[in-house]
Write a protein that binds this ligand. Structure first.
Ligand code: SF4
Ligand code: SF4
Ligand code: SF4
Length: 304
């Protein structure tokens, strides 16, 4: 069996997540050969006849698009690995600024490897928007996560390589969280640095914006278990993906309204920086942007 790992617009963290499988990787390479991975080996082009290709990163420029086309053509099974590949991920946030503003910031306003502050002319041209991999080619499997956590990959990759069925939970982060709902009195939104969350009760109930109810499971509720609200890095829950009338923002407003008996309009007024709190990982997904009730379209228009 031949395995490839392709890199598009991302941080390479998803490829490193495969390396983080440690000794499980040794079992995998007994059955399969990694034939292409720009992070792990010096092979310039994916060969023909790949059985499983993991594609990481979003599609943001023409080079990403061409690499995606090529790996899809040469692979039997394509797996979108990581939230950038599944939903655009953090690369999608680039749609909040124009290309000119982004390049100016990266090459001129912050310290960079370009000490003369010259914007290079030989970088691949941007596409008009960021895309999730599945927006452009057929994807056989999606493994979200930024990056997907070791335990989740252990449940998926070895059975895939062995040709065995993969059985996974498809619930939300709340299903993996062991906090209980405490008393809710005078609920108001708190920023993360405000106070110290109490360790037993639901963070959302305490006023911290925890996206557990709208986020796909798979990390063992790692953040709430460490007293930090979930910020949604596994991408949307299955409910949200399936239902056209459900979106991350509107479901969080409804959830808080149910929990606190506060009018939805009041909650909407309290939620600030919706682009970075609600859509930090999904802005680049056409599937999410196409929902009638989403805020993504307006946020992109405002930003650019
Ligand atoms: S999903 Fe996260 S870890 Fe993976 S490439 Fe994107 S930013 Fe990096
Ligand atoms: S909202 Fe957050 S803290 Fe509350 S149960 Fe869900 S994951 Fe846990
Ligand atoms: S709890 Fe939320 S933010 Fe933390 S790793 Fe899991 S999905 Fe990501």
């Amino acid at each position: 069996m031949k395995i490839a790992i392709e890199e598009l617009a991302g941080c390479s963290g998803c490829s490193i997540a495969i390396l983080d499988l440690h000794e499980t990787l040794l079992d995998i390479i007994e059955k399969a050969e990694i034939v292409y991975s720009p992070v792990l080996m010096d092979v310039k082009e994916p060969p023909e006849g790949i059985d499983i290709a993991f594609v990481t990163g979003a599609v943001r420029n023409e080079e990403n698009q061409e690499r995606l086309r090529r790996i899809r053509e040469r692979s039997n099974t394509v797996i979108a690995l990581g939230t950038c590949a599944c939903y655009g991920g953090v690369s999608g946030l680039s749609m909040l600024s124009s290309q000119e503003a982004l390049f100016r910031y990266v090459y001129q306003e912050v310290d960079t490897v370009s000490p003369d502050n010259i914007i290079p002319t030989d970088v691949p041209p941007f596409l008009y928007r960021a895309f999730a991999v599945g927006d452009l080619v057929k994807v056989d499997w999606y493994i979200p996560g930024c990056p997907p956590k070791e335990e989740r990959l252990r449940q998926i990759i070895p059975p895939l390589v062995n040709g065995d069925p993969v059985a996974l939970s498809r619930k939300s982060i709340c299903s993996e969280c062991d906090r209980t709902m405490g008393p809710i009195e005078n609920w108001s939104l708190k920023r993360r640095h405000e106070g110290l969350p109490e360790r037993e009760h639901c963070l959302l109930g305490q006023g911290y914006l925890c996206l557990g109810p709208v986020t796909f499971c798979g990390c063992g509720a790692m953040c709430p278990k460490n007293n930090v609200p979930c910020h949604g890095c596994n991408g949307p829950s299955l409910d949200i993906l399936r239902e056209p009338c459900r979106d991350i923002y509107n479901m969080m407003v409804l959830r808080i309204a149910d929990m606190t008996d506060r009018p939805e309009k009041d909650i909407e007024r309290e939620l600030y920086d919706v682009a970075h709190t609600m859509y930090a990982f999904t802005m680049g997904s056409e599937v999410m942007e196409d929902k009638e009730i989403t805020k993504i379209r307006d946020l992109i228009k405002e930003g650019s």
